[in-house]
Ligand binder design. Structure first.
Ligand code: BGC
Length: 393
């Protein structure tokens, strides 16, 4: 996976159902619901409320583009109670919930997390556990850490001290993910010691909760294998990677990607029945030109747009598992909605089967946004049958 992407999420993207979800969101965020969540969290902590969810994290889905937006709803998605029910009823065992904590804290030490945001996190945790789903609290889109990591380290650690204090004593099905896709200025050299210090801070409060960690530079399999320094002696760490290979298939035609990703009509697996004509920008960029050359010509077994591209990533992650003995989790993989549905389903199926073959749990990216497995258009949402079958059958 080669992310040459500068900014994968630019300005707000408003989905057609933004106003509808905002209305639902307003209802969901009502103070009564929040007060109730606080009591529910306490009930889970004391054992008065129970869950069948665990921290196994076998088959899950990402509630992407909701709480990871600057404010939930800005990107057209607000998580609703029926989403958790749909995920549970389909047969998933957990949700990964990307959350932009860094936009919801005081700007000065100790960087107190906004009460309203924390109540929303409580609501998510309660909904997940009540539906027997594990829940990954994923600190996502922390831009300060990517741009000026040394200046923001204290902020990251403080966020985690607050989360750990808040959820200490909760069922094991509540799982922490320290930071999504470290990248830019947050190089491996800077990231590894910060990661170790953040984990140590969490451990001082919450000693044996499952914690997910990933390597610098977009959390690729290679980063996991080659640059992530795993703190010694902690049996509750899980190594994670993200897998979107081949990127020219999964990320085709998104306006938030650089122009050489603009070629549409890329099917999976390659080679296509008719050669695909790359755009001028794709031809002008050596890496995409080479990809399309191979994709249009190479036989299935070696085609860069075929299963070999996926298997290569999985093997890299498997080498990490072998060396470290750590559990591996494929925290994100997804085929974008600009590709044809049959190809998307074939890709998702191949990826999750290859992950499961190697014993990796996984979380599909995403539930109902740019890589959707579920359609929340209209009043009643529903699974996209091909995607649900690809992931679960
Ligand atoms: C990012 C999303 C993006 C997805 C696929 C995630 O980690 O947060 O913005 O859509 O990866 O590229």
């Amino acid at each position: 996976m080669n992310y040459l992407v500068v900014s994968r999420k630019s300005s707000a993207r408003l989905a057609v159902h933004a106003s509808l979800t905002a209305m639902i969101g307003a209802a969901v965020l009502a103070p009564a619901a929040c007060a109730n969540s606080k009591a529910r969290i306490e009930a889970f902590r004391t054992g008065q409320a129970t869950t069948r969810a665990t921290d196994d994290l076998r088959r899950g889905i990402n509630f992407g583009d909701a709480m990871d937006a600057p404010n939930e709803g800005d990107w057209g998605h607000v998580i609703s109670a029926s989403d958790f029910r749909a995920v549970h009823e389909a047969g998933f065992d957990h949700v990964r919930v990307p959350m932009r904590f860094s936009n919801h804290t005081d700007s000065r030490p100790p960087y107190a997390i906004e009460r309203r945001f924390m109540k929303r996190v409580d609501w998510v945790v309660d909904q997940a556990l009540s539906n027997d789903l594990g829940v990954i609290i994923d600190v996502h889109h922390f831009q300060g850490m990517m741009q000026a990591p040394r200046a923001w380290e204290g902020h990251l650690i403080s966020i985690w001290q607050q989360i750990a204090t808040h959820y200490k004593g909760m069922p094991r099905a509540v799982v922490y993910e320290i930071l999504n896709e470290p990248t830019d200025k947050l190089t491996a050299e800077i990231w590894n010691p910060i990661l170790a210090r953040t984990i140590a801070a969490v451990r001082a409060i919450d000693p044996d909760r499952t914690i997910i960690i990933e390597g610098a530079h977009w959390a690729s399999a290679k980063d996991l294998r080659d640059t992530l320094a795993v703190p010694e002696g902690d049996p509750h760490l899980v190594g994670s990677f993200h897998m979107y290979a081949p990127m020219y298939f999964t990320h085709q035609g998104f306006g938030w990607m650089p122009p050489h990703f603009g070629t549409r009509g890329v099917t999976f697996p390659g080679p296509p029945p008719q050669p695909v004509q790359p755009t001028g920008a794709a031809l002008a960029f050596p890496e995409s030109r080479a990809f399309f050359d191979g994709y249009n010509r190479e036989p299935a077994a070696t085609n860069p747009g075929g299963p070999a591209a996926i298997v290569e990533q999985m093997e890299i992650a498997a080498a990490f598992a072998k060396r470290t003995g750590l559990r591996v989790y494929l925290g994100e993989f997804g085929a974008g909605i600009n590709a044809d549905l049959a190809s998307r389903a074939r890709w998702a199926h191949t990826a999750r089967v290859e992950a499961e073959k190697r014993g990796f749990g996984w979380g599909y990216w995403d539930f109902s946004s740019n890589f959707a497995a579920y359609s929340s258009l209209g009043l009643v949402g529903s699974w996209i049958p091909e995607m649900k079958a690809a992931l679960l059958d």
